[in-house]
Structures are given as C-alpha cells and as structure tokens.
Design a protein around this ligand. Structure first.
Ligand code: NAG
Ligand code: NAG
Ligand code: NAG
Ligand code: NAG
Length: 511
C-alpha cells in the first residue's frame, strides 16, 4: 500500500512533464498546417511504423479569416471561438484523426492559443473559419462568449495598450502582443471557458498541449487553468494520466521573464537550443562542434527534464519569434540534417521534429517579404499531402520527417532511450563522436578536411548499417557498412564532400 502511494505520488508529480507517448517512442513531429484527414493517414501509413511518438497539430479552434495578405499561416493564431473548425478540418475530421492516431499508438498534441483572441485591427463580421460573428473593436466574441469584461484593456499599464517594454514583466503579460486582444486570465470565467475548450479536446483523446505565447500569461493564471483540466481519456491512457504541457516561452536571456518561472506548470520550449546549435554547425562566432562536449545544462540551458527542444519551429524557420539568422531549416538541408541528427542522438530534452511546407522565400533588405505565406492551397483550400513513389511528399509539402536521415535518427533515439552519454571524442575542431551506452554511436565531420579515425563505440562486435547513408533492408545495408571489432572499436572514414558528413549506427541496424 505504501509502495503504491509512493508510486502514484511520483506519477502525479511528474505527470505534466511526461509526453504520454507509448513506451519506446521518444519524439514528436510538428505537422505544420496539415489537414486532419492527412494527419490521420500519416499516423497509420508512416508515423506509427517508423516509431514517432506523436504529432503537434496546428490550432484546431476557429480563427479569423485574413484576406490581406491572402490567408497567412498566422491567421490561425487569432482565435474567434473554441469551435473545432478550421482550414485543417471540422470536428468530425478532428475526432477521426485523434481516434485513428491513438489506435496506432501515435499521440496528438494541440497548439492551444489561449493568451488572446484576434487582433484589435480585426474587423467586425463573420470572416471567421466557421462563420461565427465577432466584433474586435467592441471586444465581442459571442460564439464563446467573451465581451469587454474578459480582456485586459484596463489592467494593461502601457501608453499604447500594447507591449512596449520587454523588461517590464507586467506589460509583457497584461498588454497586447502585436495588437492581439489580451484575455483576462485572472478571471475565473475566462479560465473556465479556456478549460472547457481544452477539456473538450482531452475527452476526444488528445495527449497534451503546446501553450502558445505562454510568456505573455502569468504562470499562476496558467496553473489555475491547468488545475481545471480532466485526466486523459481512459480509452487510450492509464487512469489518472495528466495532459503533457509544454509552454512557449522565448527566453534567450536578458529579459524580465525567465523560463524557470514556468517549470511548475510543465515543460518549456528551450529556444537557446536551436539558436546555439545553428551557430555551432554554421561555425559562426568561433564556435566548433568540439565545444558540444558539455551540450545541455553545461551551455546554460534549462534542466533536461523541463526542456522541449527543436532545431527550428514554424516561427523561427521564417524569421519570426526569436532565434535569429543562425536557425537552421530545410533551406540549408545539409547542415540541417546534421543538426537534427545531433539533437536526436543527444540525451538532452524531449525532442520535436519540424515538418514544413515550401513558400516563395524572398529576401529584401535582410527580411523575407513572404514570411507570411500560408500552406499550399487551391483557392484557399489547403492542399492534400500527396506521397510520391520515392516516399517524399508532393503538392509543396517538405516533409522533413520523411527524409531518410531524419526518420532513421528518430528510430535511433528510440533504440538508445535511457542509455547514458558515453565515449565522447573530438579532434579539437569540428570532428566529434559520441555513443549512447552499448546501443548507438554517431560521428560527425563538419571540418573541411576528411575524417579517418578509429574510435571506441561501446557497441558489441559486428557489422552495422549506417542509417544516415542507407537503410537495413532485409538484412542488407543500402549504405556504408561499419565493422565494430571485439574491443568495441571501429574505423570511420567521412569525406568532407560526403552528401551527409555524418555516420550513425545502432544495435537495431546490426547486420
Ligand atoms: C470578408 O472579407 C472579404 C475580403 O476581404 C470582404 O470583401 C468582406 O467584406 C468580408 N466580409 C465580412 C462579413 O466582413
Ligand atoms: C473517450 O473516448 C471514447 C472513444 O472516442 C469515447 O467513446 C468516450 O466518450 C471518451 N471519454 C470521455 C470521458 O469523453
Ligand atoms: C474560390 O472560392 C470562392 C469562395 O469560396 C468562390 O466564390 C470562387 O468561385 C472560387 N474560385 C474558383 C476559381 O474556384
Ligand atoms: C576551410 O575552412 C576555413 C575556415 O572556415 C577556411 O578559412 C578555409 O578556406 C577552408 N578551406 C577549404 C579548403 O575550404
């Protein structure tokens, strides 16, 4: 009995930090702007068979329809109501997706936009994804309903009513973020409306939430909302499971608000991770991969068990939402694959892979003037994600998660789950290697000369298939083969001109 109580206390204590993925599935993927019907199919045909733990979806609740510019991605961050009704699909399609993904062991995480409603510049009328009436000037959102009392117009203490000074924590949380009408989360009525929305999704079967713009909400207000949430649906989750929570707090240092204020509520997005890793792989600011030896807390990051990590996200891949020019994306594919490979091999944090769509990126004076462009569409209807014969995606979808190097590193992370960080090696420059106990080993050559070294892998002897250059297809490796001798050592040759200048081996890809 005592033992049982202790276990359940630990369970509760860790609850909101645990992603609720199936055992042995250790990463999630953000299928940015995908339709629910496509996500349901992707769970069944690709994510489950390849060991992905879950999907972060775009906001499912009704949003404003913006025509100027034409249907930007950011319109989905301007809520009009909590009806499940967007360009990604309606509530029936949403339920079908959650059912089908859960049934193959792939979890759904909702991007919850609860800090604000649409912009103060929003008009009045019914230009919303479900046709609900709203009047931004008069703070009327009858489909919730919210009215003037439910916004922070009076509480905000800046001259303009918007955030003017990021060194003033009260302004950051009580005033309008880029003009977005700021909800009064101190009111129990508002908290209840938000919790009702989130509970509706929990009952349908979602496993957790990304809290958009969490930095712009008081941690105590977020906690009050989270305290109202149901346990997860027992059709798929153990009784008493709590929703996984990860909060979007952009903390690169030097501001009034820090990530640590939010640790009590759940995990927090570690924005330093992608910014620093991009700087290292690009070899900017004198950085070298050799310095990654103490990657993680040693670089001033938050504790690993509080961190949600990513190389890029939907904001900073297009120059929004912090990180700066160092952020690596699919546009820099060779370096990007190395960065994602490093992230997935390294034990720090809970990992999220990005999956994007193409847009006509075009820089004028250092700024991408097309950073607003929404998903591939036919006359505003989001295009289906088609699958080419070579398993890549068509119709303008990038599908980084289907790139062999990234898909195979998601599997690598599952294989080495729980294993320690071991056998670090570096050449003092940009050639590095490390292992994960006796399950996996990875070697990078980001120098502009070739690597040829014999390294201790920690792996059992045998011939392994490099999962970066190929696949283990029915016992035959389509890529480079690495032979580990009985003392655990292996020779690695990596040309600096290789298509992908890194090699990864693990025990499930032993021939
Ligand atoms: C909706 O947007 C269109 C295009 O900008 C505009 O012509 C129309 O007046 C808007 N309708 C309402 C009800 O606001
Ligand atoms: C859990 O999901 C199942 C399957 O969709 C559904 O029948 C049931 O009503 C849900 N439970 C709750 C508490 O909503
Ligand atoms: C595009 O969609 C609008 C609004 O639904 C419709 O009025 C128009 O006929 C459509 N145009 C084409 C070319 O399909
Ligand atoms: C190698 O990189 C260094 C520093 O990044 C650069 O100065 C040098 O020209 C490069 N050499 C070659 C052969 O590319």
């Amino acid at each position: 009995m005592k033992f049982f109580l202790l276990l359940s206390a630990i369970g509760l204590c860790w609850a909101q930090y645990s992603p609720n993925t199936q055992v042995g599935r250790t990463s999630i993927v953000h299928l940015f702007e995908w339709r629910w019907a496509d996500i349901a199919q992707e769970c069944e045909r690709y994510l489950a068979p390849n060991g992905f733990g879950g999907v972060q979806i775009s906001p499912p609740n009704e949003n404003i329809v913006v025509h100027n510019p034409s249907r930007p991605w950011w319109e989905r961050y301007q809520p009009i109501s909590y009806n499940i009704c967007t360009r990604s699909g309606n509530e029936d399609e949403f339920r079908d997706m959650v059912n089908r993904c859960n049934n193959v062991g792939v979890r759904i995480y909702v991007d919850a936009v609860i800090n604000h409603m649409c912009s103060e510049a929003g008009s009045s009328g019914t230009n919303s994804t479900c046709g609900s009436y709203f009047d931004a000037q008069n703070r009327a959102f009858p489909a919730v309903p919210y009215s003037g009392w439910d916004f922070n117009d009076v509480k905000c203490r800046s001259g303009s009513g918007g955030i003017e000074n990021y060194n003033d924590a009260a302004q950051v949380r009580d005033c309008r973020l880029v003009g977005l009408l700021d909800l009064a989360l101190e009111k129990d009525y508002v908290r209840t409306k938000i919790a009702d929305y989130m509970n509706h999704l929990i009952d349908i079967g979602v496993a957790g939430f990304r809290l958009d713009a969490a930095k712009h909400m008081w941690p105590g207000d977020i906690k009050a909302v989270l305290d109202k949430l149901h346990h997860l649906n027992v059709t798929w989750f153990p009784e008493g499971s709590r929703p996984f929570i990860y909060q979007e707090v952009i903390d690169l240092g030097g501001e009034a608000i820090s990530s640590s204020e939010y640790f009590g509520n759940g995990r927090v997005t570690e924005f330093k991770y992608g910014a620093k890793l991009g700087t290292v792989i690009r070899k900017w600011s004198g950085e070298k991969m050799a310095y990654l030896k103490n990657w993680g807390e040693g670089w001033g990051f938050m504790p690993s068990d509080r961190a949600l990590v990513f190389v890029d996200n939907h904001d900073n891949q297009r120059g929004h939402g912090a990180g700066g020019a160092s952020i690596l994306t699919f546009w820099d594919a060779r370096m990007y694959k190395m960065a994602v490979g490093f992230m997935l091999a390294h034990p720090y944090g809970f990992t999220r892979v990005m999956s994007s769509y193409h847009w006509p990126r075009y820089f004028e004076n250092g700024k991408d003037v097309n950073d607003w462009v929404g998903p591939p569409n036919n006359n505003e209807t989001i295009k289906e994600v088609t699958i080419n014969p070579d398993t890549t995606c068509g119709n303008g979808w990038v599908c980084e998660h289907r790139w062999r190097q990234i898909r195979n590193m998601v599997a690598f992370r599952n294989v080495v789950d729980g294993q320690p960080f071991t056998n670090w090696w570096d050449n003092g420059n940009n050639q590095v290697a490390f292992g994960r106990g006796n399950r996996g080993f990875i070697v990078f050559n980001n120098d502009n000369w070739s690597l040829s070294s014999t390294l201790q892998t920690g792996l059992p002897s045998g011939t392994y298939c490099d999962v970066i250059s190929g696949d283990n297809v029915e016992g035959d490796c389509t890529g480079i083969k690495i032979s580990v001798s009985s003392d655990g050592r292996a020779h690695f040759p990596i040309s600096n001109f290789a298509e992908d200048p890194f090699i990864a081996i693990h025990t499930e890809a032993k021939l």
